[in-house]
Design a protein around this ligand. Structure first.
Ligand code: FAD
Ligand code: DHB
Length: 398
C-alpha cells in the first residue's frame, strides 16, 4: 500500500487515556515532542465513564502540571470513607490516620477532557479514530508507529521511543516478542454492575458495603450525581437488570439500620466490568515502554487503576527528560523496576480490599465470619485503619 512521507517525533504515544494524554502533556512541559495515536474518537474517550477517585498525590500532580483548575472547582475532596457491614457504618478518618491526606472525587472522563483541552491548546498532536495501528522496530534505535488516519492513506511516525499507553486490550504488550515478558494474573469469579444516576448521593463520603447478598459501593460524581456498583456474576446479562431491580438490590445491600433509604433517580448509564489482577514484567522491552493498564490491571475495589497509570507516566516523563537534557539512561533503565515496586503494593491492596468485601463461589461460613472479623478489626484498631488509610490515599510516588 502507498505510504505518505514519514512523520517524525521524539516520543510516539499509543492511546489517549489518562496515561497517554498526561505523558504527552508532561513531555511538552519538558520541551519534548510527542504524537498520540488513538483508535477511538474524541467524543468516545471524553464520554467513557470509569474511575472516580484520585489519590492526594495524583491530584497534587495534576495541579502542579497546570491541570487543576476545573478539578478544584468541581471535584469533591473527601477525608474519609465508610465501611458498612452487619448493617452498621464505621468511618475511617483519613485526616487523623494519613497525616491529613485525602482523596479527590473527580471523574476520569473529566481528567481526560481537561488533558485533551490542554494538549490541543498547546498545539499538541492527537490522531483520533486511527485504524490499523502497529509498532515496528522496537529493538532498533528508530522504532515507528504505523496507522491509518480516519481520512487518508496509511502513515508512519519515526520515533526515538514509543510509549504503550493503550490499555489492557491494546496492541503494544502483544507486539513484544514471545518470552520477553512474564505475566502474573488472577481472574475473579465476579464482576461489578455500575450505574451513573441523577440522584443526590445518599451519603457524604464513599460507602463500601459488605453484605450477604454481595458487595455494593456508593460513590458520586457531584452533589447531584451518584455512582453506584453491585457485585454480580461475570456472565451477568445487563438486559436482566432493569433499573428497578438495580435500585432494589442496592437498597438491600447498602442498608444501614431501619429507616435508611437510598435516594433514587434517572439512570444515565449502566455497564458491567469484569475483575482481574494482572501484571507483566518487565514494563519495558527495547525502545517500547508500557504504562498504565497496558502493563497492569487491578480489581477496582481499591480505586487504584488510574492512579497507577498516572504514577507510571510521571516516572517515564522524568526518565525521558533526563535522557534528552543530559543523555542519562539510568532512569530509563530503572523505569520498569521503579514502577513495579509501587504496582505490586497497589496490587496487594486492591486484592485485599476485594477479598474482604466480596462473596466468593464455594466459600464456607467460616470465610464470611473471617471477613466480618477483619472489617471489625479495621474499624476498631488504629494500626489496621492506618494501613487502609495510607494505601487508599496513596503511597509515595517514589
Ligand atoms: P485506558 O484508560 O484504557 O486508555 C487506553 C487508551 O488506548 C484508550 O483510549 C483506548 O481506546 C486506546 N487504545 C486501545 N487500543 C489501541 C490501539 N490499538 N491503538 C491506539 N489506541 C488504542 N482507577 C482509579 O484510579 N480509581 C477508581 O476509582 C477506578 N474505578 C474504576 C471503575 C471502573 C468501573 C473501571 C472499569 C475502572 C476503574 N479504574 C479506577 C481503573 C481506571 O479506569 C484505569 O486504570 C485507567 O483507565 C487506566 O488508564 P490508561 O490510560 O492506562 O488506559
Ligand atoms: C469509584 C470506583 C471505584 O473503583 C472505587 O473503589 C471507588 C469509587 C467511582 O467510580 O466513583
Amino acid at each position: 500500500m502507498a505510504q505518505q512521507a514519514a512523520l517524525r517525533t521524539q516520543i510516539g504515544i499509543i492511546g489517549a487515556g489518562p496515561a497517554g494524554l498526561l505523558l504527552s502533556h508532561l513531555l511538552h512541559l519538558a520541551g519534548i515532542a510527542s504524537i498520540i495515536v488513538e483508535t477511538q474518537t474524541r467524543q468516545h474517550v471524553e464520554a467513557r465513564i470509569r474511575a472516580g477517585v484520585m489519590e492526594q498525590g495524583t491530584a497534587d500532580l495534576l495541579r502542579e502540571a497546570g491541570l487543576g483548575q476545573r478539578m478544584d472547582r468541581e471535584g469533591l475532596v473527601h477525608h474519609g470513607i465508610e465501611l458498612r457491614f452487619c448493617g452498621q457504618g464505621h468511618r475511617i478518618d483519613f485526616a487523623d490516620l494519613a497525616n491529613g491526606q485525602g482523596v479527590m472525587v473527580y471523574g476520569q472522563h473529566e481528567v481526560v477532557k481537561d488533558l485533551i483541552a490542554a494538549r490541543l491548546a498547546a498545539g499538541g498532536e492527537i490522531v483520533f479514530a486511527a485504524s490499523k495501528v502497529s509498532v515496528e522496530g522496537l529493538d532498533s534505535d528508530r522504532p515507528s508507529i504505523r496507522f491509518t488516519p480516519p481520512e487518508g492513506r496509511a502513515q508512519e511516525i519515526a520515533c526515538d521511543f514509543i510509549a504503550g499507553c493503550d490499555g489492557f486490550h491494546g496492541i503494544c504488550r502483544l507486539a513484544i516478542s514471545n518470552g520477553a515478558l512474564t505475566a502474573f494474573e488472577r481472574v475473579y469469579p465476579f464482576a461489578w454492575l455500575g450505574i451513573l444516576a441523577e440522584a443526590t448521593p445518599s451519603a457524604e463520603e464513599l460507602v463500601y458495603a459488605h453484605h450477604a447478598r454481595g458487595f455494593a459501593l456508593l460513590s458520586m460524581r457531584s452533589p447531584a450525581i451518584s455512582r453506584l456498583y453491585l457485585q454480580c456474576a461475570p456472565t451477568e446479562d445487563i438486559a436482566q437488570w432493569p433499573d428497578e431491580r438495580i435500585w432494589d438490590e442496592l437498597q438491600l445491600r447498602l442498608v444501614a439500620g431501619p429507616g435508611w433509604h437510598l435516594t433514587q433517580g434517572r439512570v444515565l448509564q449502566k455497564g458491567i466490568t469484569p475483575m482481574r489482577s494482572f501484571v507483566v514484567e518487565p514494563m519495558q522491552v527495547g525502545r517500547l515502554f508500557l504504562a498504565g493498564d497496558s502493563a497492569h490491571i487491578v480489581p477496582p475495589t481499591g480505586a487504584k487503576g488510574m492512579n497507577l497509570a498516572i504514577a507510571d507516566v510521571v516516572m517515564l516523563a522524568r526518565a525521558l527528560e533526563a535522557f534528552y537534557k543530559s543523555r542519562r539512561t539510568d532512569l530509563l533503565e530503572a523505569y520498569s523496576a521503579t514502577c513495579l515496586k509501587r504496582v505490586w503494593k497497589a496490587q496487594r491492596f486492591s486484592w485485599w480490599m476485594t477479598q474482604i468485601f466480596h462473596r466468593f463461589p464455594g466459600e464456607v461460613p467460616f470465610d464470611q465470619r473471617r471477613q466480618i472479623a477483619e472489617l471489625d478489626y479495621v474499624a476498631t484498631s488504629t494500626a489496621a485503619a492506618t494501613a487502609l488509610a495510607e494505601n487508599y490515599t496513596g503511597l509515595p510516588m517514589l
